[in-house]
Design a binder for this molecule. Structure first.
Ligand code: CU
Length: 163
């Protein structure tokens, strides 16, 4: 637990150092915006996923081409797909297209940012820093809150069920 509290404190210091420029739940890049983002609670050594609605206000097609965070050994873009036999499969994506003047939703059972090999517990009520990299808009860094998937309408059947 000590590790988690230290992390939250570091996050709070970072926020105040930035002059409160990061309003909760929304972050603007160059023409690209992330809304309603959250990550599912999970334990050290396990996996987690982040979900959000991405908006492209620009006149040019863009794409989410990567994501990075200190909290996990690897951060990947995934798509969950339901197979004919009812099992879920996750397919790594090179990028997630974000059309001009359009949006794409990352949600349980569909696209998501996947955290593999957590280095710390993701506790409900906590938060961490995630940097999203877009093909044209560049990097957008968000402070993402940790939530209980059950509270967010997640079914736990998208391949991220806790061991
Ligand atoms: Cu995944």
């Amino acid at each position: 637990m000590k590790k988690v509290f230290a992390f939250i404190l570091a996050g709070a210091l970072f926020l105040s150092a930035c002059g409160g420029g990061m309003a909760g739940g929304e972050e603007h890049g160059d023409g690209v915006e992330a809304h309603g983002y959250w990550a599912r609670a999970a334990m050290t050594g396990g996996n987690s996923a982040a979900y959000m609605l991405l908006h492209n206000h620009g006149a040019e097609d863009d794409a989410l081409i990567g994501a990075s965070s200190d909290i996990a050994d690897a951060v990947e873009l995934h798509l969950s797909k339901m197979n004919a036999d009812g099992t879920m499969e996750m397919i790594q994506q090179e990028k997630i297209d974000l059309p001009a003047d359009g949006e794409v939703e990352l949600m349980p059972g569909s696209y998501h940012v996947m955290f593999i090999g957590l280095k710390q517990d993701l506790v409900v009520g906590g938060e961490f820093t995630l940097t999203l990299t877009f093909e044209k808009a560049g990097d957008v860094t968000i402070t993402i809150p940790v939530k209980d998937a059950a509270d967010m309408g997640g079914s736990g059947t998208d391949g991220h069920t806790m061991p």
